[in-house]
Design a protein around this ligand. Structure first.
Ligand code: GTQ
Length: 352
């Protein structure tokens, strides 16, 4: 491998002539954009503890009325990517959103896709294109690109959820915008998770012949996912991950185009070593406590905590309890990488 020429190797007047014409020599920077073997990564394995941020979020409820916020959110920003850039990873935006009883976060739709993962409280709901989705702890609710959505709360006490959006990607291609709308007529209808998609492999007969909706199911109740993980565990080999993907029930494909969602169960005492992957991810702790080793950095996590996993990272997750299972919710950008043709999984460790 030969040493590449630097900028300083070039005469000043030549460099100025290039700059005047908006030109740049590639070779001094070639290894920055195409490093050998492992990408250049600025994302840090950052931990956001729920215990640390919760009181600040509740305080925002006193300081900022919902009318002054539209969405009352504290953004979980990765310091390695610049705090102001609102990135947990290069593609994933994360926020903790608070809604108080009788508040309304008004109807809108936008080009980035979003999901909500409920962290705390009861009685919240998100209406998606007229479908009222109850929000209970651990429920996943999709608000795909372009669909109307608004949030409300007709219970007691604070309701908090984690927002994950593909905003950094959509923003970076200068395609992110939002449209305001009138409140959606509230239906009392149950959402499709309760009326249409009750079991894997069984669809409402009428849906077979119809033009498929791109997002037939927008709510995945945690109770169903948790039960499914527990029943999978009974049949899983000891060295097999108990890991389920949230998918579109009609196509079996990932439920959104850019970000992917999955739930991982760590059995009592389990030390899990998932394959190193080209995708970045964030992990939210639904239940349990433990440690994750990410590129040599130890993250100690508890219920409600969230942490970022850079692309190509070496990872291990250790359940701290020898008897109780731990449950993790994961968001990654593997669907985008697969579509673009550069998703990879590695069976061996990398450089470190
Ligand atoms: O609830 O629609 O965290 O539009 C950021 C942007 C939440 C939302 C966020 C949003 C929303």
């Amino acid at each position: 491998m030969s040493e590449l020429g630097t900028l300083e190797d070039l005469p000043l007047d030549y460099r100025e002539a290039l700059t005047d014409l908006n030109l740049l020599p590639l070779w001094p920077s070639l290894r920055n954009v195409l490093p050998y073997d492992i990408p250049m990564r600025s994302t840090e394995a950052t931990l956001w503890r729920y215990q640390d941020l919760r009181h600040l979020l509740i305080q925002a409820g006193d300081l900022t009325p919902i009318e002054k916020a539209e969405r009352r959110v504290l953004v979980l920003a990765n310091p390695g990517l610049g705090l102001d850039n609102m990135k947990a990873t290069p593609t994933i935006y994360l926020g903790m959103q608070l809604i108080l009883p009788n508040e309304v976060a008004p109807n809108h739709r936008h080009s980035p896709s979003a999901v909500r993962f409920v962290v705390e409280g009861s009685g919240g709901f998100t209406t998606v294109e007229g479908e009222r989705c109850p929000m209970e702890k651990g429920d996943l609710i999709l608000t795909p690109s372009g669909l109307w959505h608004e949030h409300g709360h007709d219970g007691d006490g604070p309701v908090v959820w984690l927002d994950a959006l593909d905003l950094p990607l959509v923003y970076s291609v200068e395609a992110s915008y939002c449209i305001e709308g009138a409140p959606q007529p509230l239906s009392n209808k149950l959402d499709a998770s309760q009326t249409r998609y009750k079991r894997a492999g069984l669809l409402p007969y009428s849906s077979i012949n119809q033009q498929r909706k791109p997002y037939p199911l927008v709510r995945f109740p945690w109770k169903d996912v948790r039960d499914a993980l527990i029943s999978c565990e009974k049949d899983a080999a000891l060295d097999e991950l108990v890991h389920l993907a949230y998918v579109n029930p009609e196509t079996g494909e990932e439920c959104l185009p850019i970000l992917g969602f999955s739930a991982l169960m760590l059995r009592g005492g389990e030390l899990a070593t998932p394959h190193r992957r080209s995708a970045s991810a964030v992990i939210h702790v639904i239940e349990g406590s433990g440690q994750s080793l990410i590129d040599g950095k130890t993250i100690s996590w508890d219920e409600g905590d969230t942490f970022a996993v850079p692309t190509h990272a070496n990872i291990q997750h250790q359940n701290q309890s020898s008897s109780r299972s731990a449950f993790l919710f994961m968001v990654d950008d593997a669907p985008m990488q697969r579509k673009l043709g550069f998703y990879e999984e590695f069976t061996e460790k990398n450089h470190t």
